[in-house]
Design a protein around this ligand. Structure first.
Ligand SMILES: Cc1cc2nc3c(=O)[nH]c(=O)nc-3n(C[C@H](O)[C@H](O)[C@H](O)COP(=O)(O)OP(=O)(O)OC[C@H]3O[C@@H](n4cnc5c(N)ncnc54)[C@H](O)[C@@H]3O)c2cc1C
Length: 599
C-alpha cells in the first residue's frame, strides 16, 4: 500500500506563487511569518503527518471507533498515541489566535498544515477540524470568562470541540430544531434534547469535550430567529481550570457508515437525567450568527477534504500505474507488456487528477488568504474586500472541491482496475471517505443556494463581476505566452459565459425564483471552474516569468503550463456549455415533479 508523501513543492508553490503568503507576512499580527521559518515548519509538519498520523489510516478504516457499554468510545488503534504526539508538537494551534496560546500564523499557512493532516487520515483529522470551528465561535462570540475557561486547552488540543446542530427532523432546515434550554437562577441553563450525527461527540483522545449546542429558550420565536448557542462541557470546569463533575451529556449510539469509520458519529443525549449544564454564548436568539462563524470556518476545511483525499488517491494511483503491466501501448518498444501509465487513457486520467488537484488547492488556498485579509487587513476597505471575496469563494471551495474529490477518488479506483474495487489496495477507502464531504457542513445543494441567493447579490453582483474581471485579466496576460495561449482562450470563454450566467441569475432571482434555483448548481460549477482555472493559470504565468534560467526552473515552468493546458481542455472547456443548464428554467422540473407526486 502506498504511503502518503506530503506534496511539499506543490504546497509551497501554491502558498507563495498562487496565493501570496509573503504579503500576508507584512500584516499586523502575522509578522512572524518569515519564509525560512515557514519552510522549516512545513517540512516538520510533513514529517509528522507522513510518519506518525498516516500509518493509522488503514486501522482506522478496518477497526474504526467503537462504543462501549458504559457509553464511552474507544478510538482505533494508534489514534490516542498519535494525538498525544500531535498535541505535544503543537500542530493544533498553528493558525489559532496568539492571545489564546496559538501560533498566530495566517489561516493560509494553517490550511497547508491541515491539508497534510487530512490526507494522512481524514477520519482522525475531523476531531481537530470541529475543535477549530468551535474555537472560532468562542473566540468571536464567547464571553471573556468563557474564553478564559475553555480556549487555551482547546487551542493546544488538550480538549476537543464539537458542533451540535442536527436533530432527526432538523438537518438542512436547522430552524426546525427542538432542543430546549431552560434558564436557572444562577445564570446557567439546563439543556434537554437529542442531537444526531455529532462528529467526535464522544472519544478517548482528550480529557474533556466542549460541545457547542444550538437550542431554543422558552418563548423563543419560531425558525432560525429563535435559536441560541450554548457551550456544554462534558466535564464541568472549575474557575481555576480544573475538571469538576461529569455533565449530563452522553453518547447513546454510534452510526455505521460508508466511510470515515474511525470518526465516531454520535447520537448525543443532553439532559436525559438531570439536565445538561450549559452556558449561553453571545445573546439569546443570536445563535445563527455564531453558527455561521463555525460553519464558514468548517466549510473551507471540508472543501479542503476534497483536495486532500484526491491527492492521496492520486499518489496511490500513480504508484500502481508505474508497476502494473498490461497489453501494449501504441508506441511500445520490445516484446514486454507496457506499464499501464504508457496507455494514453491512463495517462489522461492521471493528468486530469493532477491538474484538477492543483486547481482545487489553488482555490482553497486563495479562499484562506481572503479570510486572512478580512481578519487582518490594514484598513476597512481591504478587510471588506477580503470578507466579500471569502464569502464568494467559500461555497465554491466547499461544493466544487468535494464533488470533484468524489469524482477523482473514483478515478483513482478506475486506474487500479479490479484491484481498486477490492479493499486490499486501500484505493476504495479514499472514495468511501470522500463521499461524506458533499453532504455535511451544508449539503452542496445548500451551497449553490447560498451562492445564488446571498453571495451573487452582494453589491448587486458587483463583487462577483470584479472577480470575473480579474479572471479575464489573467486570461489576457497569459495569452501573450505561446505556451499558455490555449489555456488563456478557454479561460476567457469561461469568464464570458459565467458573466452571462451571473446576469441571468441576478435578473430572475426575485421574479422567477424556481428557475434560478434549478440553475444554481450549474452556476456554482461555472464560477468555481473559472476561478480555480484562473488561479492555476496565474501560477503558470508566475512560473514562466521566474527570473531563474536554471534547467530546474524551466522544467517547472513547462510542468505548470502542461497542468494549465490539461485543466483547460478537460474542465474549463465545459464551462460555456453549462450556461444552458443555468438558464433552462424550471418548467420541466415542475411538470416532472408533479407527475412523480401524483403517480
Ligand atoms: C458522517 C456525518 C457527520 C456529521 N457531523 C455533524 C456534526 O458534527 N454536527 C452536526 O450538527 N451535524 C452533523 N452531520 C449532519 C449533516 O450536517 C446533515 O446530514 C446535513 O446538513 C444534511 O441534513 P440531512 O441529513 O437532514 O439531509 P436533508 O436536509 O434531509 O437533505 C436531503 C436532500 O435534500 C436537499 N435539501 C434539503 N433542503 C433543501 C433546500 N432548502 N434547498 C435545496 N435542497 C434542499 C439536500 O441538499 C439533500 O440533497 C453529520 C452527518 C454525517 C452523515
Amino acid at each position: 500500500m502506498t504511503q502518503y508523501k506530503a506534496p511539499l513543492d506543490e504546497i509551497r508553490f501554491t502558498l507563495f506563487e498562487v496565493a501570496n503568503l509573503e504579503a500576508l507576512g507584512n500584516l499586523e499580527g502575522f509578522q512572524q511569518t518569515d519564509p525560512d521559518l515557514v519552510d522549516g515548519l512545513l517540512a516538520e509538519a510533513a514529517r509528522f503527518f507522513e510518519q506518525v498520523v498516516a500509518p493509522t489510516n488503514r486501522d482506522g478504516d478496518v477497526v474504526g471507533s467503537r462504543r462501549n457499554d458504559d457509553g464511552s468510545v474507544t478510538t482505533a488503534p494508534g489514534f490516542a498515541k498519535a494525538y498525544r504526539q500531535q498535541v505535544a508538537a503543537g500542530w493544533n494551534g498553528v493558525a489559532m489566535p496568539a492571545q489564546f496560546g496559538g501560533g498566530g500564523f495566517p489561516w493560509l499557512l494553517g490550511l497547508a498544515v491541515q491539508e497534510m493532516l487530512t490526507s494522512a487520515n481524514m477520519a482522525y483529522s475531523l476531531c481537530s477540524l470541529l475543535t477549530q470551528a468551535a474555537i472560532d465561535a468562542l473566540a468571536h462570540h464567547g464571553s471573556p470568562q468563557q474564553q478564559a475557561i475553555f480556549l487555551e486547552k482547546m487551542v493546544t488540543g488538550e480538549w476537543s470541540g464539537t458542533m451540535n446542530l442536527t436533530e432527526p427532523h432538523a438537518g438542512s432546515d436547522v430552524g426546525a430544531l427542538t432542543t430546549r434550554a431552560e434558564p436557572k437562577a444562577d445564570g446557567t441553563w439546563r439543556i434537554v434534547g437529542q442531537k444526531i450525527f455529532i462528529t467526535w461527540g464522544e472519544h478517548d483522545l482528550t480529557e474533556n469535550i466542549i460541545h457547542l449546542v444550538l437550542a431554543r429558550t422558552p418563548d423563543a420565536p419560531t425558525g432560525t430567529r429563535g435559536i441560541s448557542l450554548f457551550v456544554v462541557p462534558k466535564y464541568l470546569v472549575h474557575t481555576d481550570g480544573t475538571l469538576g463533575e461529569r455533565n449530563d451529556v452522553h453518547c447513546v449510539s454510534l452510526e455505521h457508515k460508508l466511510g470515515i469509520h474511525a470518526s465516531p458519529t454520535c447520537v448525543m443525549s443532553f439532559g436525559e437525567r438531570t439536565g445538561a449544564v450549559g452556558y449561553l454564548v453571545g445573546e439569546e436568539n443570536a445563535g445563527m450568527v455564531a453558527m455561521f462563524t463555525m460553519m464558514n470556518n468548517a466549510r473551507l476545511s471540508v472543501g479542503l477534504e476534497g483536495v486532500a483525499l484526491a491527492e492521496r488517491a492520486y499518489q496511490q494511483a500513480l504508484d500502481h500505474a508505474l508497476q502494473r503491466r498490461q497489453g501494449r501501448a501504441p508506441d511500445a518498444l520490445g516484446a514486454e507488456p507496457s506499464l499501464i501509465i504508457e496507455h494514453p487513457d491512463v495517462a489522461r486520467m492521471l493528468m486530469d487528477m493532477r491538474a484538477s488537484i492543483a486547481a482545487m488547492r489553488s482555490l482553497c488556498y486563495r479562499n484562506a488568504e481572503a479570510l486572512d485579509w478580512a481578519a487582518q487587513g490594514p484598513d476597512e476597505a481591504s478587510r471588506t474586500r477580503g470578507a466579500e471575496r471569502a464569502a464568494i469563494l467559500t461555497p465554491l471551495s466547499k461544493a466544487w472541491c468535494t464533488d470533484l474529490g468524489c469524482e477523482l477518488t473514483s478515478t483513482g479506483i478506475q486506474i487500479h482496475g479490479g484491484m481498486g474495487y477490492v479493499e486490499e489496495t486501500g484505493a476504495a477507502q479514499h472514495f468511501r471517505d470522500a463521499r461524506i464531504a458533499p453532504i455535511y457542513e451544508g449539503t452542496n445543494g445548500i451551497q449553490a443556494l447560498d451562492l445564488a441567493s446571498r453571495k451573487l447579490p452582494i453589491r448587486d453582483g458587483a463583487a462577483v463581476a470584479e472577480l470575473l474581471a480579474e479572471i479575464s485579466c489573467t486570461a489576457k496576460t497569459a495569452a501573450a505566452n505561446p505556451n499558455l495561449k490555449l489555456a488563456a482562450s478557454h479561460l476567457e470563454a469561461a469568464a464570458t459565459a459565467t458573466a452571462t450566467a451571473s446576469e441571468w441569475l441576478l435578473e430572475c432571482f426575485e421574479s422567477r425564483r424556481a428557475d434560478a434555483l434549478v440553475g444554481a448548481h450549474a452556476y456554482l460549477e461555472m464560477l468555481a471552474l473559472s476561478t480555480a482555472g484562473a488561479a492555476l493559470l496565474d501560477g503558470a504565468v508566475a512560473a514562466a516569468s521566474s527570473s531563474s534560467a536554471s534547467v530546474a526552473a524551466q522544467d517547472f515552468a513547462t510542468d505548470r503550463a502542461i497542468l494549465a493546458r490539461v485543466f483547460a481542455v478537460n474542465r474549463l472547456a465545459q464551462v460555456p456549455a453549462l450556461l444552458a443548464a443555468v438558464t433552462a428554467g424550471s418548467v420541466d422540473m415542475h411538470i416532472a415533479r408533479k407527475r412523480l407526486l401524483t403517480h
